[in-house]
Write a protein that binds this ligand. Structure first.
Ligand code: SF4
Ligand code: SF4
Ligand code: FES
Length: 306
């Protein structure tokens, strides 16, 4: 099984001036793990071989915006929001997939980095609707001074697909981050029900021959909803609340429990609003589910309704 760069859990060293690459830490439980020494924003840091720049930076408390990255998925480098400046490199590097190398000197917030992130945010927000992408993205737009109105180009226009009671696909909000494709394919579900079809502004997430989900290989696990960062894939309940203007995440409670349908022990996070379950997620750090569920755990909660 291949290593997943950037999972974060592999990081074990902290700022340690004077500790050279290859140094092991007695008693750390990782005596056989090699480390490399890099400089990140002027600080010397020891990091395990194979760690990504993103995981090392975050371990150091550096905030790095990401959209297509998730600790449970192999990086695909589609959004380029996480870029950093690497001395000696002609181009900025995607930190979510670039592994550390001995002697690297990296800048996480130089003017060039900030300019690039601002452009990425502006291009994304000018081509699709990101108003349901959450407060984190809104914060980045402010932090980087992104002004999507500067880009007056084409926009992705597509009617939302509301075909059943379980979830809605609204691809006018899709940034083509590939997370749903990954999780539907080799990273988790192995259903391969969706992929990217088309080119340019015509590129979109699609089933084979664009058939309805019910005609595709989809098993309605909802794992694609679980990873979507923009609201392009959402629970029908969330969609209905948003359309009615009653979606209220600040008043919702999240209760962690264990799925009662079988003996596997998947962990569920039940999001409730005014006593109603409005969506179900699963913790990424749980070693059984790693954020994934089946149709029963994800959607089979009607029996809990009064
Ligand atoms: S619900 Fe599951 S099987 Fe269907 S498209 Fe999403 S990830 Fe694939
Ligand atoms: S539907 Fe969501 S998860 Fe899939 S590519 Fe678009 S933004 Fe990413
Ligand atoms: S988060 Fe690194 S390329 Fe998207």
């Amino acid at each position: 099984m291949s290593e997943r760069p950037g999972s974060g859990s592999e990081f074990m060293s902290t700022v340690s001036p004077g500790v050279s690459a290859g140094t092991t830490r007695p008693g750390s439980g990782s005596e056989s793990m090699s480390t490399v020494s890099i400089t990140i924003d002027g600080r010397r840091v020891d990091a395990p071989e194979g760690a990504t720049l993103l995981s090392v930076a975050r371990e150091q408390g550096v905030e790095v915006p990401t959209l297509c990255q998730l600790d449970t998925l192999t990086p695909v480098n589609t959004c380029r929001l996480c870029v950093m400046e690497l001395e000696g490199s002609r181009t900025l590097v995607p930190s979510c997939s670039r592994s550390v190398e001995e002697g690297m000197v990296v800048h996480t917030a130089s003017e060039r980095v900030r300019h690039s992130r601002r452009m990425v945010l502006e291009l994304l927000a000018s081509s699709v609707d990101l108003d349901r992408a959450g407060p984190e993205l809104t914060g980045w737009m402010e932090e980087y001074g992104a002004d999507p109105a500067r880009m007056s180009g084409e926009r992705v226009v597509e009617e939302p697909r509301i075909h059943d009671e379980l979830y809605v696909r609204d691809y006018s909000r899709c940034i083509l981050c590939y997370k749903c494709v990954e999780v539907c394919g080799t990273e988790a579900q192995h259903s391969f029900a969706i992929t990217v079809a088309g080119r340019g502004y015509g590129a979109r997430i699609s089933t084979e021959y664009d058939v309805d989900l019910t005609e595709s290989a989809c098993v309605y696990c909802g794992n694609c909803i679980g990873v979507c960062p923009t609201g392009a894939l959402v629970f029908r309940t969330e969609w209905d609340h948003r359309e009615a203007g009653t979606w209220s995440p600040e008043t919702q409670e999240v209760t962690r429990t264990v799925c009662s349908y079988c003996g596997i022990g998947c962990n569920l996070e039940l999001h409730t609003q005014d006593g109603e379950i409005v969506k179900v997620t699963s913790p990424l750090d749980h070693d059984v589910t790693r954020g994934n569920l089946c149709i029963k755990g994800r959607f089979g909660y009607d029996y809990l309704r009064p």
